[in-house]
Structures are given as C-alpha cells and as structure tokens.
Design a protein around this ligand. Structure first.
Ligand SMILES: Nc1ncnc2c1ncn2[C@@H]1O[C@H](COP(=O)(O)OP(=O)(O)OP(=O)(O)O)[C@@H](O)[C@H]1O
Length: 680
C-alpha cells in the first residue's frame, strides 16, 4: 500500500473513531490509532504478498497492545446464478448465466468488547456473511474491505487473525478431548502443555478431557461438549477474531447457554472479537451478546446494542411481557409481523438503524468498490514446519487406525476371513489341466475381490477428509501434508492386509513354490490393493457422501472386473473395450502378473484322454509343439496357458512400473481432488 493510500484510510477513519470513542468511552485509543497506523505493510497485489511470517508477528503484536477494532465495510458477495451447464444442454437453453447477489453492501463491526450476534431467517445469508468476513469463501464477486485497528486486512493476514467454526463438529471419534486439542495445537506449531491445560479449563472441558469423542459404535462426549471442543480446536491458533456459525444449533437451551457463556468468558479474557450467527437465540442467550446484526435477504437491516434492539421493539409496541426481542426481530424480517410503523418491517428497522449514531458511522463513510480476493489461507511456513505437520498428521492417523475397530480391525479381519475361506475351499489345488481355471480364479479373486473390499475404507476416509477440510479452512495445513500422511499410514496397513492374506492362502492352496514366487505374489497384490484403496479415496474425495461413494466405487470396480480379461479373454473383448479400458485397468496388469508368477514353469497333466487312446489327450488349453515334443500330448505348460490368454510382452519390472505408475497417478488425482473440492 502506498503511503498516500495509507494516509487516506487513516483520515477516513478519523470520523469513525471519534464516534466510536464517544460510544466506548476510550480516552487512550486516539493515541493508539496514531501509533498503529502504517506499521503493517500490506500490498494491494495479493499475488505478491509480503512474507507471511513477518506479517504474523507484526499483526499479533499490534493486537496484543490494544483492544481490537474490527470493521467490515460494504461487503458484497455474488455467485453465478442460472442453470448448470448440463441442465442447459438438456433444455436447449443457452441464455447467459446471471449473477445472484447473496450479500448486499453489508457493513458491520465488532464492539470494543463482547460478542456480536448475527440474526436472520434461514437463507438470509448469515453463514455466507461469516465465510466472507473470514475470507473463507471464493465467489464470483466480492466487494468490500476489512479493517482491523484502522488497517486494511489482507486474506493471508486473516489466516493468522481469524478462525471460523462451522456448524459441523468433525473430529476423530476415537481420540479423547485432550488429544484432539493437543493434535490441533501441534498442527498449528503452538503446542505447550500449560496452554493446552488453559484452553481445556477455560472452555469447560476439564471433566471430559480424557473421554473419547465417540462415534457410531461408541458413545462419547455430549453435544455441548463437542461444540466447545470444536471451538477449542479453533482457539489453538490464538485467533483475535472468531467467527461462529450457529454455535448452538442442535443444543437445548441450557447447553446453548453454557456454550455461549464459555465462549464469551474466553473472548473477554483474551480480547477476541466474536461474530456468531444464531437461528433463534433464547432470552438466556440474548444477554451474553453486546451487539446484534439482523440480515434480511443478504442486506443488513439492523446493527446496534441489545438494548437498542429491545427499545426498537418496545417503541413499536411489539414486546409483551415474557416476549423475547430476538423472536420479534426474526418475525419482522420473516414477514410474520407484516407492518411496523406503517412500513415494511425491514424498511422500518433499516431506517431506525441509519438514524442511530452507529448507523451514521457505519453507513456514511464510503470507499470505492475494491475487490477482496480470497487467497490461499494456508499459511506459508518453513519446510521444517511442513515436515512437523506431516509427522503430527501421521501420528494422529496412526492413533486413529490403531483404535478404530471399524477402520482397522474389521478390515484386517476381513482379509483374514477371506484368506481362510479361499484356503479351505481351494485347498491343495491339483496340478492338472482341468484345475487351471480354478487356479486363475484365485488370482482373479485376489485382485478383483480384495480390491472391491477397499470400499470398507470409505467411511474412515470421509471422516479424515472432513477433519482435513475444517483444518485446512482454518489455515493449519494444505492438501499435500494430508495426502502424504495418509499415504504413509495406508502403505503399512495395506501391506499388513496383503501379508495376512498371502500367508494364509499361498501354501494351503499350493501356488507356485519358492520364496521368490511368494514375495512376487505378495508384492503385486500389495500394489494392486494400494491402487484400489487410492481409487476409493479418490471417489470419496470427489463425492464425500458415503452411500454415493460406495455405489460409485462398486460400479467402477465392477467395470474394471469386466474388462480385465478374466471373464472374457482380453483379445476376445470387443475392440473398443480392449484398446481403451482394458489397458487402463490396473486389475489387468495385477491379474496377469499373478497368473504368470504362478503358472510359468509349471507343467500340468491333462486328464481327458481321447476315446480309445491312452497317449492322446483333449487338454483344456492347447499345448505348443515344444511342449508336445518335451512332455508328450498329455501335458500343457503354464507358458502355453499364458500364451493362449495373450498375457505377454511385459517383464516383471515392467508390471511393477505400470502398477506403481497407476498408483502415483491416482494419488496425484487424489491430491487434485483434495485441493479443489471441499468448501473454500
Ligand atoms: N455458492 C452458492 N451458490 C448459490 N447460492 C448460494 C451459494 N451460497 C449461498 N447461496 C444462497 O444464499 C442464500 C444464503 O445462504 P446462507 O447459507 O448464507 O444462509 P443462512 O442465513 O446461513 O441460512 P441457514 O440459517 O439456513 O443456515 C441461500 O439462499 C443460499 O441458497
């Protein structure tokens, strides 16, 4: 920012400060303003943002000195409206997309101390406002600016200053409350036992700190405790502005009051500005807030103290004994109260607000419609911090897997059960030609069915992903550390599953003897399962809804089974499928190499002699001249079978590279999906 721009902003703010000082009764603030101006270097060009670390330090030291003054000016948010492309194609409607305005010129501020409640009916834009205020929303168009202590805040600075707590309480169910907060602190690079104890105590979580959060199969902490835990995990970065989206949703009035009281006490003590959207606050909640903002269809119609709001209701004879002013405000903007002071209620409220001191201050100072860009909120930190994040994520995932019976125990058990079933049913497979198909079916089963079983990993991946989405939105880490940690946990887990299965079946069925052949079987099964797991995760990352991801993964795996060359020989497939998907299918390669590993080098006796002959056989697979010359007409070699099936031309190393390549490609797609999906 140029010195000139900086000066103009300071001058623009002089008026607002004079008013604020009168309101808040601060005598020393003017000196603070003068000393604060110009200390933070900001850049209008966000792509050339100054190093975050230096700014972090400046910003924090600024805010530690004085009570923060947070002001948002003229926030506007629009999204592309109209039909999605596929509906346009279906209806031959080629009209240009329109834009839909969701927030319309909203100016809002935080009081010098205390919390601001954002009220409005469903769909009025409360969540959007919080997301835009916290710079967590990408949209077609933003307009407006945020100032903290009179200095314009850039997106990367908001990543340091603000924390958004969304409606969902996404945590690992098997971790305790204490572990969850401790891991969050470690991810933020701010782990200190004293700090951890303080957050636990101040958020009222001491009594349940060693209790597991709970999941579908294990009851854990209560809903109110879970909400406070979610807030606590957002506090680990020591934010100076807290955005709470419906912090009381789904809670009874007593629990809601406890949650809000806890947050208010914490915010007071640590000088945090809090904006909280609320659906319908009870009278008990009302008293915990300092100011209230009311939204109507994306427009701010009221901003003021609770007393002002109550007086407005009283002046218009809307409050009877025991009535809750919050209910009346929502009834006015919802149309339940049709007319106030001979006007539409929203108009009457807005007029009342514009005539107030605060209204004049907020609405009269105008700026050009600058555009806010949401930057990458993941703080750019040093490489050692990134390694530390990967190690913490790995540690947390490992703890999750080791305790999570659903994610880990049952799945391992499944491989054990499948292995035992195969070993008992295919036991001691004879080396005769009419058992060659049974032998091939082992390899098909190992690759295709075990790959299919990767769907069982979808619920735990969806859980991991929702925690990742929340933490990423609060700038703790990005997709790469998450992907790497996930990969490092996946590899030993999948290897363990493949090992259990291979040990159980290999010798009991009587696959190709020799340690080399066993390890080759194990290695390629392991590679195929890694690809299958990644494929399931990829689908779940794109469609993070369990039932939908399950159905899609089942379909994709079913499709790969059809074109892999077991049910129909590869070269017998219709040309289109053969030259396209057959060669894209990881199962094709895994099945081929397992079959080759088992069959090549083995001679199978043919059992069906031609009628009347004792030397000439009707073998299931045709033998080559070389085989006939060596073993007579009643034998077929594994190589003959492989040649007949058309599995050839690729070396063992070649198969390894292909499968590894598919694995890396799928992981890359997973990275892309993690990067570009999830609300940002
Ligand atoms: N990305 C988007 N694309 C299209 N419409 C959107 C988008 N985001 C929000 N909206 C619309 O904007 C309006 C405000 O949504 P928002 O979720 O902010 O409301 P809300 O007041 O928080 O509602 P609730 O209390 O039910 O959570 C809704 O009509 C919603 O459908």
């Amino acid at each position: 920012m140029s010195p000139l721009q900086s000066k103009s902003i300071v001058e623009d703010f002089k008026f607002s400060h004079d008013v604020d000082l009168k309101l808040a009764g601060h005598s020393s603030a003017r000196a603070e303003i003068a000393s604060n101006t110009g200390t933070i270097e900001t850049s209008d060009d966000h792509s050339h943002a100054s190093p975050v670390k230096a700014v972090d330090i400046d910003i924090r030291s600024e805010f530690e000195r004085a009570s923060m003054r947070v002001v948002y000016r003229h926030l506007t948010y629009e999204v592309k409206g109209g039909k999605p492309w596929w509906k346009k194609v279906a209806t031959f409607d080629w009209k240009k997309s329109t834009t839909k305005r969701i927030l319309d010129d909203v100016s809002i501020r935080a009081p010098a101390k205390g919390m601001t409640a954002i009220l409005g009916p469903s769909g009025s834009g409360k969540s959007t406002l919080l997301e835009v205020m916290s710079f967590r929303r990408n949209g077609y168009q933003h307009g407006g600016k945020c100032y903290v202590n009179e200095q314009e805040v850039q997106p990367y600075q908001m990543a340091v200053l603000g924390a958004l707590v969304e409606q969902d309480d996404d945590h690992f169910g098997v971790l305790t409350v204490r572990e969850t907060i401790a891991f969050a602190m470690k991810l933020a690079g701010r782990y200190e036992v004293s700090q951890l104890d303080r957050i636990i105590e101040e958020m009222g979580l001491s009594s349940c700190q060693n209790v597991r959060i709970g999941n579908a199969i294990q009851k854990g902490i209560s809903g109110g405790q879970k909400r406070r835990l979610t807030v606590a995990t957002a506090l680990v970065t020591s934010p100076k502005i807290l955005f709470l989206d419906e912090p009381t949703s789904g809670l009874d009035s007593f629990t809601s009051k406890r949650v809000i009281a806890c947050i208010r006490d914490y915010a007071y003590k640590h000088d945090i500005a809090v904006f909280a959207s609320l659906h319908q606050p009870s009278v008990a909640l009302w008293e915990h807030f300092e100011e209230i903002a009311v939204l109507d269809k994306g427009r701010l119609v009221f901003l003021g103290t609770m007393i002002d709001a109550e007086n407005f209701c009283r002046d218009n004879m809307l409050l009877r004994k025991y009535d809750n002013p919050a209910d009346k405000l929502i009834e006015m903007v919802s149309g339940i109260i049709p007319i106030v002071n001979n006007k539409a209620p929203a108009v009457a409220m807005r007029e009342h607000y514009e005539l107030s001191l605060l209204g004049k201050e907020m609405e009269t100072v105008r700026y050009g419609s600058a555009t806010l860009h949401t930057g990458d909120l993941v703080k750019r930190r040093g490489i050692s911090h990134q390694f530390n994040v990967i190690a913490v994520l790995f540690d947390r995932l490992l703890t999750n897997y080791s305790r999570n019976l659903l994610a880990f125990g049952i799945r391992m058990g499944m491989f054990l059960g499948m292995g035992a079933m195969l070993a008992l049913i295919w036991i001691n497979l004879a080396r005769v030609d009419d058992r060659i198909n049974d032998r091939l079916s082992i390899h098909f089963f190992s690759v295709a069915f075990l790959s299919f079983m990767s769907v069982a990993g979808i619920p735990s991946f969806i859980e991991e992903r929702s925690v990742y989405v929340r933490e990423r939105r609060n700038g703790l880490y990005g997709p790469l550390p998450f992907l790497l940690a996930n990969t490092f946990v996946l590899i030993p887990f999948v290897f363990g599953c493949a090992l259990i299965f291979s040990i159980i079946i290999y010798w009991s069925i009587g696959l190709h003897p020799g340690a080399g052949h066993f390890f080759r079987f194990l290695s390629f099964l392991f590679l195929a399962l890694l690809v299958a797991e990644t494929q399931s995760s990829l689908i779940a990352a794109i469609v993070p809804i369990f039932v939908a991801a399950l159905a899609l993964t089942a379909f994709v795996n079913g499709f790969w089974m059809c074109v892999q060359g077991f049910f129909i020989r590869g070269r017998s497939l219709p040309r289109f499928w053969y030259y396209s998907f057959h060669f894209m299918d990881y199962q094709t390669y895994a099945f081929e190499i397992l079959a080759k590993n088992d069959l090549v080098g083995v001679v199978f006796k043919c059992r069906n002699f031609f009628p009347g002959s004792t030397t000439d056989c009707n073998c299931v697979y045709p033998a080559s001249q070389e085989t006939i010359d060596m073993y007579g007409k009643c034998a077929v070699t594994g190589q003959d079978v492989i040649d007949y099936l058309g599995f050839g031309g690729i070396s063992v190393t070649g198969y390894a590279f292909i499968l590894l390549g598919i694995f890396v490609l799928y992981r890359f797609f997973l990275y892309i999906a993690l990067r570009y999906t999830g609300k940002l």
